[in-house]
Design a protein around this ligand. Sequence first.
Ligand SMILES: [Zn+2]
Length: 109
Amino acid sequence: MFCQKCGAEIDNEAVICVKCGEGLNKDIGLDKKNGLGIAGLVLGILSIVIGWLIGIIGIAMGIVGIACSVKQRKLFPNSIANAGLITSIIGTATTTIILIAGLLVSFLI
Ligand SMILES: [Zn+2]
């Protein structure tokens, strides 16, 4: 695509023009900026919900959610990335505790 301000040809993935610094397609850019954070948030919430039912899947989702949120925080730190990180950590932690508790109970019985 081409920069609307200076006309320079730029990468489709670019968020700002490398030549003049103009922000590009701000709506699309915002989606891309928040994409990983939203993924992290959704995975975090799912890991909390699903973790109660299927521990291993909850942990996997939580870890992927943490990875997404951490990457998001490095690229574009914002509240969605923070919320995604927090929910993913809570999901992973609670799911791990539930799983370990379940294993301990099954060993004791
Ligand atoms: Zn430009």
